[in-house]
Design a protein around this ligand. Structure first.
Ligand SMILES: Cc1cc2nc3c(=O)[nH]c(=O)nc-3n(C[C@H](O)[C@H](O)[C@H](O)COP(=O)(O)OP(=O)(O)OC[C@H]3O[C@@H](n4cnc5c(N)ncnc54)[C@H](O)[C@@H]3O)c2cc1C
Length: 303
């Protein structure tokens, strides 16, 4: 058992600090056991203090964006969860839009649109923070975050701030270099094109309506469970459907009837229910088609 109480005494912060905080309150799945210590730094300085305390005391930490791509175990997370929600803010300078990591991606698209800048319409209404979306290299409607990302400011493992110029080759389909380096993303800058506000707004309305029509917001979920793979010859959702997995239920978790690559929480699903469904889907697809599915959802905590 990690002594997070001592750590909490040391990191004297203004932001929220909670013990045994249920992670189901902080994930789009509405699933997840308690975090030993849940902290919400109110700004960059507090974030740095918390990180320093974790490093000095060898206490593991998990950086939480909006919790829209994670499955937290029923036993929860040992150590510290650092919620980036209050580290937010947007700056516009010419064709560049910069934003702190905790800013919702949707707010960023909207701000770009209001400044007649085009390039972030595709990500409008996708749940997630800027930090989480850069980390995931989130992708939808044929575009990835890395298509418009120019620079990322990080805290490195020595807690030095570094501004990194994005090298496109370091990014791939739902892959970013931060998945390996485990650096903490503080801020991201996007280079956009001059656009027409009404046209951007129309496109943003279109993608939001499309997500609504597809049922994305009807139930708690974490979006697509598995990545797409060109070798499958069809979207993973179709493959799962062909494997007869639509509607399969374990406990209160269900492979949705509207999209076989989305698992929904129909009520009080447990992380173990979702995990079981994922493992069944992996086995079934391997057995029926010989394809190994790659998970997009990240398993977090003590399994
Ligand atoms: C209804 C629905 C639809 C979705 N549709 C899509 C879609 O179309 N395309 C798509 O790509 N995804 C989609 N998703 C998944 C999710 O929205 C994205 O992956 C999003 O980018 C996750 O951002 P987040 O802030 O919630 O990250 P989280 O889930 O909080 O975290 C994801 C990972 O990023 C890390 N992380 C977060 N912030 C930081 C930071 N500041 N520094 C370092 N590491 C960090 C976390 O530690 C974790 O490992 C969908 C989810 C839902 C619920």
């Amino acid at each position: 058992m990690i002594n997070v109480r001592k750590l909490a005494e040391k990191i004297n912060i203004k932001g929220r600090l909670l013990f045994e905080e249920p992670m189901r309150y902080h994930t789009s799945f509405k699933i997840g056991g308690p975090a030993d210590l849940f902290v919400m730094p109110s700004g960059q300085e507090e974030l740095k203090r918390i990180l320093a305390a974790c490093f000095e005391n060898s206490i593991p930490f998990f950086i939480l964006g909006s919790g829209a791509n994670i499955l937290v175990s029923d036993s929860g997370i040992r150590g510290v969860v650092i919620d980036m929600e209050n580290i937010r803010g947007i700056e516009v300078e010419g064709r560049r839009v910069s934003s702190y990591a905790g800013t919702p991606m949707t707010d960023l698209s909207l701000e770009a649109c209001n400044n007649s800048l085009s390039g972030l319409e595709f990500i409008y209404s996708m749940p997630g923070s800027v930090g989480g979306s850069v980390w995931m290299n989130a992708r939808c409607y044929g575009k990835s975050i890395s298509d418009v990302l120019e620079r990322v400011t990080i805290f490195d493992r020595n807690l030095f701030l570094q501004e990194l110029k994005v090298k496109k080759d370091d990014f791939g389909y739902k892959v970013s270099p931060f998945q390996k380096t485990r650096e903490i993303i503080l801020k991201a800058t996007f280079r956009l094109k001059p656009g027409k506000r009404e046209e951007s707004q129309r496109e943003m309305d279109r993608v939001r309506r499309d997500r609504e029509t597809k049922g994305h917001f009807l139930f708690p979920s974490a979006g697509s469970v598995f990545k797409n793979n060109r070798d499958f010859g069809m979207p993973t959702g179709k493959l799962l459907e062909k494997a007869g997995l639509k509607g399969l239920q374990v406990g209160e978790a269900r492979i949705s009837d509207f999209h076989a690559n989305i698992i929904i929480n129909t009520g009080k699903a447990r992380a173990s229910d979702v995990r079981e469904l994922i493992e069944i889907a992996e086995e079934k697809v391997l057995e029926k088609f010989g394809f190994r599915l790659e998970r997009e959802i990240i398993f977090v905590g003590e399994w």
